[in-house]
Design a protein around this ligand. Structure first.
Ligand code: ATP
Ligand code: MG
Length: 439
C-alpha cells in the first residue's frame, strides 16, 4: 500500500553502520537528469564531514537531458518515463550492475515547513517510550490535505521549562515536549514523479527535498552549526533549506529558475531557446559595468533561416539577465527573512544548482541577500568526473549522503497513522530502534 495514502513519502531503512551498501540516486530536474550508482563503505569518524558514517564512491553516472518536466514536476508522463529509463540505463552500463530501487529528490510542489510542539506528562524519568509518545503526538498534527510529508525531524526536546534539550533520556521531568520540523510538498508533484519512476520498474527507497540533500553534500558541518541557508537554483525551481545549530529547520521553494533567464534572452534577442541557452552559458554575466560595451556577440535569428545573425553587446545581454536573477534573489531574500534564518546573524548562504554558475552570481547574491555567499559543490564524494563536480550536481550527490542521515528522521509516522487507523504492530519497537540509532 502506498505511503502517500497516509500523506507520507517512502522512507528508507537506515543504513547499517558497519555494512557496505550499493545505492542509486536519481535527480529528475527540469533540464537534466542525473543518475548515480555508488558504493558506500563504513569508515571511522572523520574530522571534516563528521556526520558521515560511510565513504562514498561513485561507480556509475549518467547526466542526460530531461524530458516531459516543467517547473520540477512531471508534465508529460510518457516523455519523463522515457528520459528516466535512458538515464538509468546509461548509469547501469557504466556500473556494470542493475538497480531496482532509487533514492529520489523533489524540488517541485511548493516545499514548505511547519514546526510543531507537542508535550506529554511523564511519571518521573524520561524513557524511550515517552519520547515515542511525544513524537507520535507531534506527528499527528502534521498531515494536511493535499500535502505530503517529506521530512519529519525532532529538532529539540523540552524537559519541563527547559527547551532545546538534545538527548532527554534519563532526565527527571513532569512534562516532556518535543519540537518537530515537518517539511512537506504538494502531493500531486510527489505522486507524479513516483509514477514516472515506478513505470520504469524501479521502486523508490526514499524521496527527499532537493535543498536538504544539496545541503547534505555541499554544506560543511561548521556552517550548519553556525547557521546556514542552502539555496538551489535549478532550471525551473528555486528551493531553500535553512540549518540552525546543525539541524535542518526550514524549507521553502518557488517555481522560478535559470530557464526563465533563458526565455527572457530568447524573447529579448529574438533567438531560439537553444541559442539563448548557449549564449547565456558562454557570455552571460551579472556584473554590471564589468563588460566592455564594444564587446559584440553574434545572435542567430529565431527561425534559423539564412538571414545574417544580428550583433548585440555583452552589456545588452547583462541588461536582460540581471533583472530576472535579481527578481529570483529578492524572492529568496524575502522568504529567508520570514524563516528561522533571520535569527542567524552569522549565517551564510551556500548556493547550488546550475543557475548559480552564472558569472558574477555570488557577488550579486551577496549584495541582495546581505550575507556572505559561496557556491556549493559536492564534498567528499570519490569517483565523480570533473564535469559532475559542480553546483548542478549537489542534489544528486546529496542523495548518496542521505542514507547516512535517514535514521534522524521520524520514520515511524506511517506506523503511527496505521496505529490511529487501528492496525498497530511493532510501533514502539520501531521507535526504540530509531532512538538507539539517533543519538
Ligand atoms: N555556466 C552557466 N551559466 C549560467 N547558467 C547556467 C550555467 N550552467 C547551467 N546553467 C543553468 O542552470 C540551469 C540548470 O540547472 P540545474 O541542472 O541545477 O537544473 P535542474 O535540476 O534541471 O532543474 P530544477 O532543479 O529546477 O528542476 C539551466 O537553466 C542552465 O541554463
Ligand atoms: Mg535540480
Amino acid at each position: 500500500m502506498s505511503p502517500l495514502q497516509y500523506g507520507l513519502t517512502p522512507k528508507m531503512k537506515p543504513l547499517t553502520p558497519r555494512r557496505s551498501a550499493l545505492i542509486a540516486a536519481l535527480d529528475v530536474g527540469t533540464s537534466k537528469i542525473v543518475c548515480l550508482i555508488a558504493r558506500l563503505k563504513p569508515h571511522p569518524p572523520q574530522e571534516v564531514l563528521r556526520r558521515r558514517s560511510h565513504a562514498i564512491e561513485v561507480i556509475g553516472l549518467s547526466h542526460t537531458e530531461s524530458c516531459g518536466m516543467k517547473a520540477g514536476s512531471v508534465a508529460e508522463l510518457a516523455a519523463a518515463e522515457g528520459a528516466i529509463r535512458h538515464a538509468v540505463d546509461l548509469a547501469e552500463r557504466m556500473a556494470h550492475c542493475q538497480i531496482d530501487a532509487v533514492i529520489v529528490s523533489l524540488s517541485a510542489g511548493r516545499p514548505a515547513s511547519e514546526l510543531f510542539a507537542a508535550s506529554v506528562d511523564v511519571p518521573g524519568e524520561v524513557r524511550e517510550n515517552d519520547i515515542a509518545r511525544v513524537i507520535a503526538a507531534g506527528s499527528q498534527l502534521s498531515v494536511r490535505d493535499g500535502r505530503v510529508v517529506l521530512h519529519s525531524l525532532p529538532i529539540g526536546y523540552a524537559v519541563d521549562e527547559e527547551r532545546g534539550v538534545r538527548d532527554p533520556r534519563g532526565m527527571l521531568a513532569r512534562r516532556f515536549g518535543v519540537d518537530m520540523h515537518v517539511a512537506s510538498a504538494d502531493i500531486a508533484a510527489a505522486r507524479n514523479l513516483m509514477l514516472a519512476i515506478e513505470r520504469c520498474h524501479l521502486s523508490i527507497e526514499a524521496m527527499a527535498l532537493s535543498p536538504y540533500v544539496a545541503a547534505l553534500s555541499a554544506l560543511a558541518d561548521d556552517e550548519a552549526d553556525l547557521g546556514a541557508a542552502v539555496v538551489d537554483i535549478g532550471a525551473g525551481t528555486t528551493t531553500m533549506a535553512v540549518f540552525s545549530t546543525g539541524r535542518f529547520v526550514h524549507a521553502d521553494g518557488f517555481a522560478l529558475g535559470g530557464r526563465h533567464v533563458t526565455m527572457d534572452i530568447a524573447r529579448g534577442l529574438s533567438t531560439s531557446l537553444q541559442d539563448a541557452e548557449r549564449i547565456k552559458t558562454l557570455y552571460g554575466n551579472v556584473h554590471a559595468g564589468a563588460v566592455d560595451d564594444r564587446d559584440m556577440i553574434a545572435v542567430p535569428s529565431v527561425s534559423g533561416d539564412d538571414r545574417e545573425p544580428q550583433f548585440v553587446t555583452r552589456a545588452t545581454l547583462t541588461r536582460i539577465i540581471k533583472p530576472r536573477m535579481e527578481e529570483i534573489l529578492e524572492m529568496v531574500r524575502d522568504r529567508l527573512a520570514a524563516s528561522p534564518f533571520a535569527s542567524e546573524p552569522r549565517g551564510r548562504v551556500i548556493a547550488t544548482g546550475g543557475a548559480s554558475e552564472l558569472t558574477g552570481f555570488a557577488d550579486l547574491a551577496a549584495r541582495i541577500l546581505a550575507r556572505p555567499v559561496r557556491i556549493g559543490r559536492p564534498l567528499g564524494i570519490a569517483g565523480l568526473p570533473d564535469g559532475a563536480k559542480g553546483a548542478a550536481f549537489a542534489v544528486a550527490a546529496g542523495l548518496l549522503v542521505y542514507p547516512q542521515v535517514a535514521h534522524l528522521e521520524h520514520c515511524i509516522s506511517r506506523h503511527a497513522h496505521r496505529l490511529r487507523a487501528g492496525k498497530g504492530g511493532g510501533y514502539f519497537a520501531r521507535v526504540g530502534q530509531w532512538l538507539r540509532e539517533s543519538f
